[in-house]
Design a protein around this ligand. Structure first.
Ligand SMILES: [Zn+2]
Length: 303
């Protein structure tokens, strides 16, 4: 499986809601998901900063590729929403992006005078970017308690990788029975969770499908641009006698190629962990070394 998606890894983020699945069959989770989606849509459509001034709705029409959301605005609209985003950003950000895409479709169809019927799931069409006035936390304080949470960090970018194509959905083909399966990929530096076996039941005279029968069909998979950056602690944050610490960042879509090395930044992102695919293959059963990184969901340059 290696080679088709550089940096592909197989670590589970344990998302509360599977991507694309409406609550994963749990009716309570599906109901929560539905009500949060509705609130996000109400916020984008209805948040007012003055009489008849709707900044998010207008921003979405002007630039449909991303929507910069101020956490304080979200808090003023409904305190539950930023709380959910902070505690489970990997679950609620995709929902926010779906909400933005659906609002956009409705706004466009109103302009065109059509009805707003949904055709495809729109997650990922509009990128939600977050900004907040809160204080950033020190790179040194990041530990297990921050994993999978939204954090704000300051530093200087000291390196930027080249841009890569990162798969968001992969189409797999069983080389035996030609079955097709589409599997989602974990966001950030996470890879696809590829099943080991094919569920095709062999008919009389048919060869049963072997273990690991899947090959990736690249032109039927979905990709976004992705780049990694290295962030170093600001000199004033480094205790005397210590070396500055570094943190790996991953950025995607509209954030790719917006930052050059040497820039001072504050970023908002999801403190995440990945495990390199080769380390799990070559040391089966050994305790895997897991590397922390931040999946960036908002960047501000601090000059
Ligand atoms: Zn098969």
């Amino acid at each position: 499986m290696s080679g088709w998606d550089e940096g592909a890894v197989y670590y589970s983020d344990q998302a509360q809601f599977p991507r694309g699945g409406a609550g994963g069959g749990d009716p309570e989770a599906a109901a929560t998901r539905h009500s949060v989606l509705r609130k996000f849509k109400e916020f984008i459509r209805g948040f007012e900063t003055g009489k008849n001034v709707y900044p998010y709705r207008e921003s979405l029409v002007q630039n449909p590729k991303h929507l910069l959301v101020n956490m304080e605005d979200l808090h003023n609209f409904d305190a539950d929403l930023p709380a959910k985003l902070r505690s489970s950003p990997a679950d609620y950000l995709p929902l926010f992006e779906t909400a933005a895409a659906e609002v956009l479709v409705n706004l466009k169809s109103k302009v065109a005078g059509e009805t707003g019927e949904m055709e495809d799931p729109l997650t990922g069409e509009v990128q939600i970017l977050l900004t907040s006035k809160e204080d950033s936390v020190s790179m040194r304080s990041l530990g297990a308690q921050y994993i999978s949470r939204l954090v704000k960090i300051a530093g200087i970018t000291i390196a930027a990788s080249r841009v890569k194509a990162k798969a968001t959905y992969v189409t797999l083909l069983c080389k035996n029975c030609k079955n097709i399966r589409v599997v989602p990929c974990r966001p950030g530096l996470g890879g696809a969770i590829v099943p080991r076996s094919c569920d095709h039941i062999p008919q009389p005279g048919e060869e049963p499908c072997p273990i690991d029968p899947w090959i990736v069909v690249p032109d039927r998979s979905k990709y976004v641009d992705q780049q990694t950056l290295k962030l170093q602690e600001n000199p004033e944050d480094v205790p005397t006698g210590e070396l500055p610490r570094n943190l790996l960042l991953s950025v995607d879509r509209d954030l790719v190629q917006t930052i050059v090395p040497g820039t001072r930044l504050t970023i908002m992102g999801i403190y995440s962990i990945y495990q390199a695919a080769n380390s799990s293959n070559s040391h089966k059963g050994a305790v895997a070394v897991r590397q922390p990184y931040i999946r960036v969901v908002g960047i501000e340059e601090a000059n």
